[in-house]
Design a protein around this ligand. Sequence first.
Ligand code: ZN
Length: 403
Amino acid sequence: MIYGMSVRSLAALMLLPVAPAFAASYRFGTVWDGDQVQKNVCLNTQGDKIQSVGACPAGAIDMSRYTAIPGMIDVHTHLTYVQENPVSLAGRGAAVVYLSAANAKKTLEAGVTTVRDLGAQNYSDIAMRDLINKGLMKGPRMFVAGYGVQVQRSTNVTPNTATGPAEVMRVVRLQMFAGADVIKMYGSTGSGQDVTQFETFTFEEMKAAVDAAHALGKRIAIHSYGPAGARDAVRAGADSLEHATDMDDATIADMVQRKTWYVPTIDHNRYYADNYKMLGYPTQAVGGLNDYIARNLATATKAWRAGVRFAMGSDVVYTMFGENTRELGWFVKAGMTAGQALKAATVNGAELLGQEKSLGMLRPGYFADVVAVEGDPLADVQVAIEKVRWVMKGGEVVMDKTK
Ligand SMILES: [Zn+2]
């Protein structure tokens, strides 16, 4: 109770209408809403949401030379992976958040308005998510994992390592209590120039992680470079399987039946091969990376034909930010139409995040996350990769190259 104010006047004060949210209208030549195409219509926003897609009011902003698509969703990022490592261990978390702001901005400007960030140190991902949500940092909406759960592989016990189902459950719960939105588990070796595929956690440990996550209403992504970890991750009930190459028919059939999402992240090894010198990899690492890419594409092709559900994940790190959507080119090589690839980067990503009623489509009530591209992305997916001209996130224009 505010001193001196009656109950009635206090209630009246609380019911005062807030200033109406800012409304805007944009006339597009084409709108692809995540499913349907409409020509020469207006996308009308109210505050951070889409109010309608249809008739144009007077004074609509002319964007008729562009096609609007939903803000894209990259479901496998590492926004906090920076190459610089300039400060003492004690200050590293803060320094990483500072340096990662550029990664977040480049990701947004590529037309990616939402990410699932799968693994960070010192909860720098949680800090970034909260800064972005408060408007204090420019970047995509982040759904974050905290530390990725790993098997202990050295004498150092770090906050993310676990051995045995009980320890796995403890580490998984720790991430959720720290504020993680999603759980990440490393179910095999393989990362960077290392393309080995050894299973690390057992089926029982993966099952413990899945059960601990699901018990508290969170989803879990399991990383496996190889087929054994993939088989057990799927069997354990992972919501999404990351990377996995050389999967057998039985695992792929299990994914179809369980509706497990497949995030093959083919393009990240392309990035490593292209940049091996800068990354300090030996020349012979390139052969291993290229061999892995070929098998990754072959596995994705097989999985797509079998009816596995895909979401777009780049596994973006270091200087790759801005190239997040190049994965879509690989999806088309794996057999998708451009429209199917775009769905993997919009509606499918939203569904994997459990946000299918608010993200991934240009429909009334959804967040006004919109990308304007120049050309027809349904005819040529490269348009969505290379011809992004304007990006809106939550009703706010965050990148504009239309002028
Ligand atoms: Zn990753």
